[in-house]
Design a protein around this ligand. Structure first.
Ligand code: AMP
Length: 422
C-alpha cells in the first residue's frame, strides 16, 4: 500500500512530500481509510508509530471542504510538549491547504492565544486546563467542532485530566467524529472510550512491543559509578543525539549540570522548569544545540525528535511499559537506535520483566572496572544484611585473609557476552 491509495487531495499530498514519507506506517495503513470514511477510531498505539500523521492527514482532507475561520477540529493532548509537537506537524503538513491551527496551553499569556483564535483558525490543539479556562471565559466555543482527537488518553488519566476531558466533551456537538489514541487501555480509558465513541473501529499496533529497529544493551554498574560510566560511554561511542532518563527531577537537573561542567552540550527536561525553559531545552535538542537531553519520564513523554541515536536509562524505569515508552524515542519509524540500560543488583526483577516484554535478553555489555564496582555493591549489601542478622565473629587469621580476599576477588563476568573497549 502506498500513500497514493488514500487518494488525498494534492494539497494534502504536498504535506506528505514535505516530510519525505514514502510509504505509510502500519497504523497509517489501518487507520487512515476508516478515518476518511468518517468512522470513530480507538487507536492502541504508542508514539513512534506514526500515529500523528495517521489522524492529521485525513483531518486535513476533511477540513479542505467546508467553512473556514471556525474551530472545526479539536485535538487534546496531555502535555505542552506533545501539543506543540502535534501543532508543528500540522503547520508543516497543512502548509499548502491554507488551513490554520493554534496550540493552547497554560503557563504562557492568554491574550495572544485568544487573539489568534478570533482571527480565525480551523484546528485547535490544546491541553485540557487552559482550554477549559478559555471556554469558561467564553473566549471561543466548540459549537462548530466536527472532529475530536484525544491523544495519549492513558496519560491524560495518569495526570488526572479525565474530569476536565468530560467537561470539554459536554461542550462539543453530539454529531461529530471522535478519535481516541492510547498506548495502553486501563479500564478508565475503556469507559471513556465507550462514552464518547460510536461504533468505533479498533486499530491496534503492537502497543506493548518495542520497535524492532532498536538494539537493547544492559550495563551492570554500581549506583555511585553511573555518571562515570555515562561519560565513558558518551566519550567512546558515536552518539549524535542522546536522551538520558533519570528517575527524579532533581537527578535530571544535577546530572545535566554535571555534564555541562564536564564540557558536554547537555540540558535537562523536567517538571520543575518553566515552560519557557522546557521549550528552550527541547528546541535546543531538536536543532542540535544540545547533544544530550537528561529527562524524567513525565517531561519526555511523547516528545518526538528525529534521529535520536541513543536512549540511556540512567535509572531503570518503574515498569516494563515505561521502558517501551522511553526506548521508543529512538529507532523511530524507519531509523535504528540503541537503548542502553544501567542496572544494579537491586534492579534484577525489573530487568527480567522488561526482558519478558521484549521477548529476548538484552545484550550484556560492560566495562570491567564498572562491573567490579557493581559486584562490590552487591557484596557490601549482602555483608550489611549478614552482619545485621548475625552475631559478630572474630576476624579470620591473617593467613586465611589473603585467601578469602582472593576468593572474593572481582570476577567481572555477570554472564556478560560482549566486553566494551576501554
Ligand atoms: P509519531 O508516532 O506520530 O510521533 O511519529 C513518529 C515519527 O515517525 C515522526 O518522526 C514522524 O515524522 C515519523 N513518521 C510518521 N509517518 C511516517 C512515514 N509514513 N514514514 C516515515 N516516517 C514517518
Amino acid at each position: 500500500m502506498s500513500f497514493k491509495d488514500f487518494q488525498f487531495h494534492p494539497k494534502v499530498n504536498a504535506g506528505i512530500a514535505a516530510y519525505g514519507y514514502t510509504s505509510p506506517t502500519p497504523i497509517q495503513k489501518e487507520a487512515i481509510p476508516s478515518i476518511l470514511a468518517g468512522r470513530d477510531i480507538l487507536g492502541l498505539a504508542q508514539t513512534g508509530t506514526g500515529k500523528t500523521a495517521a489522524f492529521v492527514l485525513p483531518l486535513l482532507q476533511r477540513l479542505l471542504d467546508g467553512p473556514r475561520k471556525r474551530v472545526r477540529a479539536l485535538i487534546v493532548a496531555p502535555t505542552r510538549e506533545l501539543a506543540e509537537q502535534i501543532n508543528d506537524n500540522i503547520s508543516k503538513m497543512a502548509k499548502e491547504t491554507g488551513l490554520r491551527s493554534i496550540v493552547i496551553y497554560g503557563g504562557v499569556g492568554k491574550q495572544p492565544q485568544i487573539r489568534t483564535i478570533r482571527a480565525g483558525v480551523e484546528i485547535v490543539v490544546a491541553c485540557p486546563g487552559r482550554l477549559l479556562d478559555l471556554l469558561n471565559e467564553k473566549a471561543f466555543n466548540l459549537r462548530a467542532v466536527e472532529v475530536l482527537v484525544l491523544d495519549e488518553a492513558d496519560h491524560m488519566f495518569d495526570k488526572g485530566f479525565l474530569p476536565d476531558i468530560r467537561r470539554i466533551i459536554k461542550q462539543l456537538p453530539k454529531e461529530r467524529q471522535s478519535l481516541v489514541f492510547s498506548a495502553t487501555m486501563p479500564k478508565e480509558i475503556r469507559h471513556l472510550a465507550e462514552e464518547i465513541l460510536r461504533n468505533p473501529v479498533r486499530v491496534q499496533i503492537n502497543h506493548t512491543l518495542p520497535a524492532p529497529t532498536i538494539s537493547h544493551a544492559l550495563f551492570r554498574v554500581a549506583k555511585k559509578q553511573k555518571t562515570s560510566l555515562l561519560k565513558s560511554i558518551i566519550h567512546e561511542r558515536e552518539m549524535t543525539t542522546t536522551l538520558v532518563f533519570t528517575r527524579t527531577k532533581h537527578k535530571a537537573k544535577s546530572l545535566a549540570l554535571h555534564l555541562q561542567k564536564a564540557g558536554y552540550s547537555a540540558a535537562s527536561l523536567q517538571g520543575n522548569l518553566s515552560q519557557q525553559k522546557r521549550q528552550r531545552a527541547l528546541d535546543g535538542f531538536r536543532d542540535g544545540t544540545f547533544k544530550i537531553l537528561v529527562a524524567t519520564d513525565i517531561a519526555a513523554r511523547g516528545i518526538d525528535v528525529l534521529g535520536i541515536s541513543h536512549v540511556i536509562n540512567y535509572d531503570v524505569p518503574d515498569t516494563a511499559e515505561t521502558y517501551t515508552h522511553r526506548t521508543g524515542r529512538t529507532g523511530r519509524a524507519t531509523r535504528t537506535g540503541q537503548a542502553l540500560t544501567f542496572a544494579g543488583q537491586e534492579d534484577s526483577k525489573m530487568i527480567s520483566l522488561i526482558e519478558r516484554n521484549l521477548g529476548k535478553k538484552m545484550d550484556r555489555e560492560v566495562t570491567p572496572a564498572f562491573a567490579c564496582e557493581a559486584e562490590k555493591d552487591v557484596r557490601e549489601e549482602k555483608n550489611t544484611r549478614f552482619s545485621r542478622n548475625m552475631p559478630r565473629r572474630k576476624k579470620p587469621a591473617a593467613a586465611g585473609r589473603g585467601k578469602s580476599r582472593r576468593s572474593r576477588a572481582c570476577s567481572c563476568d555477570f554472564g556478560i557476552s560482549k566486553p566494551v573497549q576501554q
